[in-house]
Design a protein around this ligand. Structure first.
Ligand SMILES: [Zn+2]
Ligand SMILES: [Zn+2]
Length: 219
């Protein structure tokens, strides 16, 4: 796989994690909005029960059946900010899946991830931009750290800095290690040891590289 394939794989896994966290946050958001809506509905039910002051003086009550109606109908709740972000992210993924001619699927991200090895490098490069952007947007809203874990003690074979990041959230064959966004490959003469060296691409090492295989033995 080229570095573009590895970056697309990394981005898909990162987004998968971020979407899981977003789904949890949406669940909490919806629960909170239903709770608020029920409180409001209950308050208006009490309103319906208050004594009616009519021409005959204080006496009658609001129609008790209206109270039963309010209590039995689940209040209508509009989508919150997180639910809307979740929907727009999924819509973007469905559009991407359609753009690379994948059949429609319930959740478009898993088929997108599986399609990466078959895509041309240029398509992977584009896909990475979209996936990274969606990932960053979710992480910003949820205050999540960027994907990956700093690899303590290991130096980049190109820049020599100890700033390598392991991306090992998904299945073993999707694991990668990256250097900083400014550590770019210089092509054939680069000492990085990437299986496929491409000038100008941020360094990324795939599942067969020792930087990544040692992650498995450390786990
Ligand atoms: Zn580096
Ligand atoms: Zn390189």
């Amino acid at each position: 796989m080229t570095p573009h394939h590895l970056h697309a794989t990394r981005a898909a896994q990162a987004l998968d994690y971020a979407r899981d966290r977003l789904a949890e946050a949406v669940y909490r958001e919806m629960a909170e909005r239903y709770r608020e809506a029920r409180t409001i509905a209950a308050a208006s039910a009490i309103q319906a029960w208050r004594p009616v002051i009519g021409p005959g003086g204080i006496g009658g009550h609001g129609d008790p059946s209206s109270r039963a109606a309010v209590a039995s109908v689940e209040p209508e709740v509009r989508d919150g900010r997180l639910r809307r972000l979740q929907a727009s992210t999924t819509a973007t993924l469905a559009w991407l899946a359609d753009a690379i001619r994948l059949p429609p699927a319930g959740d478009p991200l898993p088929p997108l991830g599986r399609a990466i090895p078959r895509l041309p490098p240029a398509a992977c490069r584009e896909l990475t931009l979209w996936l990274d952007e969606a990932d960053h947007r979710i992480r910003e809203v949820l205050h999540l750290d960027p994907d990956g874990q700093l690899l303590p003690g290991r130096r980049c074979p190109r820049c020599g800095r100890r700033q390598l990041t392991a991306h090992a959230f998904g299945p073993r064959h999707t694991w990668t290690v990256t250097c900083t966004p400014t550590c770019l490959c210089i092509g054939d003469d680069c000492p990085c040891g990437m299986a496929s060296r491409l000038a100008g691409v941020r360094h990324v090492w795939g599942p067969d590289h020792p930087l990544v295989t040692t992650l498995a033995s450390a786990a």
